[in-house]
Design a binder for this molecule. Structure first.
Ligand code: GLY
Length: 572
């Protein structure tokens, strides 16, 4: 059996860390929430994955090499969102300033139909688009990572990038308290949708430090290492996926798998003062919404209004409300629907969207556009990695299974979870999905179409130089989190750690309420906002940012979010 030098050195690093830090007993790793480096940096949702990335960078791999290695590692050590059965969106800024994005979002299978989640009375069948086999979109992650490596990899062999993931799957790793809790929450669902070879099912509750081995996943990763794309979209892995579909009434076929292709796209860009925002075009809604929000803010003296005062919170909330209304109406897969990108980003248009903004009062969402009542958003799960390498190349990549552990369907024999991304389509116009988001024709289901995403992998330049790399998991709250962290740094004078960890608020047009994290906004500010007509819903936490800032002297500051105890930044 092949054990990579990286794996051996990870164990050694873990032992070293163990000897110098107070870490949870027996875990073998400790999350480092903040790190500085003079050369390179990676921030990911798990210490073991960040360490893989750091070592790839230190061996001379570039940002794409590190991002690919980290993505495969989190498919093993962060199973609730890291994946090979899902999809992702990636933004690359090369050291010389060239930019490109890669869309490896899942697609609707060829047999998908517009009304596939409706009953004979045209009502949504609860759970059909979120749980089980019919919720699954054709996965894009493996094709995407291989395409990114083939075009922009820095020269390290692909086998070297995927090997740490294989080793984690074969040898096992110790689960953190957060992962153990998540695994315990979904035991019933795992049992409901799966056969008996599921390593995530346990008769006694998962505890921090338990060893999780995934032998079938290791074999799948070995097939990908040895056969490349065909190790997933053809041969034994594809047969396993199709057999799993047949077992549970899913519709993905061998042709769907072999036809899947990721797509290189030009980024959506926009300026904000002396900053340039480089972000993801559709099927992300996040890029357009973020640039809209930033451009709207440019017309207001935000810094002098102050951080989370009634005035600034009201302004930002009203902008968010309008931008999410646009999202619902206009955004979808550009390959299927003519998204009016240029119009949506025009200053004149954005000024007109704010024409009815009243600094003294909330504008009811019903007045902006008629809509429906939303359900309760929960289970924000997706995940993000930010990387900067020694040459100054930067990668911002968000990947997702959609919900925690996706559809909860683990491919029998192949050992990985399949996404439930079909729920990100608008299954019926005006009816909210699991994030409470509504949609229309632009995001209706069609064979081969990509479902709209809120993932917002983003890179920000300042005066033409790399400044910020950031993104987050968090469903519909990703966009407003990226927006607010950028403003925390650029307008409210915060260092990156404070900017990421500051409390956040979120308005998504429908439901007509401000979601606010516990402890965020002073009682006086809330009272003032309530007087203006805003209503609040408190939530424990929203999106979980992973960010890197290039400081004026060139030092890289990496920050993982307090909201995920496993978030980890490390550089050198
Ligand atoms: N699955 C969450 C998103 O793409 O927005």
């Amino acid at each position: 059996m092949k054990i990579s030098p990286i794996f051996i050195s990870l164990i050694a690093t873990s032992l070293l860390i163990f000897s110098c830090r107070q870490e949870p007993a027996g875990l073998g790793y400790t999350a480092s929430k903040s790190a500085t480096g003079s050369t390179a940096m990676v921030v990911s949702p798990h210490p073991l994955a960040s360490e893989v990335g750091r070592q790839i960078l230190q061996k001379g791999g570039n940002a794409i090499d590190a991002a690919v290695a980290v993505q495969f590692a989190i498919a093993v050590v962060y199973p609730r969102a890291g994946n090979i059965g899902g999809g992702g969106l990636l933004v690359l800024r090369q050291a010389e300033g060239e930019t490109v994005t890669l869309d490896y979002r899942e697609k609707a299978p060829a047999a998908a139909t517009r009304d596939m989640y409706l009953d004979s009375l045209d009502n949504i069948v609860p759970g059909l688009s979120t749980d089980g086999h019919l919720a699954v979109g054709v996965p894009g992650t493996v094709a995407g990572l291989i395409a990114a490596y083939d075009r922009y990899g820095g020269g390290l062999p692909f086998a070297e990038l995927i090997q740490p993931a294989i080793d984690f799957a074969e040898k096992g790793f110790r689960v953190s308290i957060t992962e153990a809790e998540r695994l315990n929450t979904y035991q019933d669902a795992f049992r409901q949708y799966n056969t008996d070879d599921n390593p995530f099912v346990k008769d006694t509750p998962w505890q921090e430090g338990d060893l999780l081995r995934q032998p079938n996943l290791a074999k799948t990763l070995i097939r990908i290492r040895d056969e490349g794309r065909m190790g997933f979209y053809g041969g034994q892995t594809a047969d396993y996926i199709v057999a799993e579909m047949k077992r549970g009434g899913g519709i993905i076929t061998l042709d769907d798998l072999s036809d899947y292709q990721p797509t290189w796209r030009l980024p959506v860009t926009g300026t904000y003062k002396n900053y340039r925002i480089i972000t993801m075009p559709p099927p992300s809604s996040g890029g357009i919404a973020l640039v809209q929000l930033m451009k709207i803010m440019e017309s207001y003296p935000l810094a002098s209004m102050g951080f989370q005062t009634a005035a600034s919170t009201h302004l930002m909330t009203e902008a968010e409300r309008r931008v999410y209304a646009d999202r619902a109406e206009h955004l979808g897969d550009m390959d299927f629907f003519p998204v009016p990108v240029d119009s949506l980003l025009k200053k004149q248009y954005l000024n007109s969207r704010m024409a009815d903004f009243n600094p003294e009062a909330a504008t009811p969402s019903a007045k902006i556009l008629a809509g429906a009542i939303a359900n309760t958003p929960e289970h924000f799960e997706t995940t993000h990695t930010s990387v900067v390498d020694a040459q100054g190349n930067a990668v911002s990549v968000t990947t997702t299974l959609n919900g925690n552990f996706g559809s909860k369907v683990l491919v029998h024999g192949a050992g990985f979870f399949l996404n439930n991304e079909m729920d990100d389509f608008s299954a019926k116009p005006g009816v909210p999905n699991q994030f409470g988001l509504v949609g229309a024709e632009a995001n209706a289901i069609a064979p081969g179409k990509r479902m709209l995403s809120s993932m917002t992998p983003t890179i920000v330049e300042k005066d033409g130089r790399l400044f910020l790399v950031l993104g987050a998991p968090g469903g519909s709250t990703i966009i407003t989190a990226v927006f607010q962290v950028i403003l925390n740094v650029t307008e409210f004078g915060m260092d990156l750690e404070s900017a990421v960890n500051a409390g956040r608020f979120h308005h998504q047009w429908l439901p007509d309420q401000v979601m606010v994290e516990k402890g965020t906004l002073s009682p006086e500010v809330r009272q003032a906002l309530e007087k203006m007509g805003h209503t609040f819903r408190e939530v424990e936490r929203m999106a979980v940012i992973k960010a890197i800032q290039r400081l004026p002297d060139g030092t890289l500051q990496g920050v993982g979010d307090r909201r995920n105890p496993d978030d980890d930044a490390r550089g050198y």
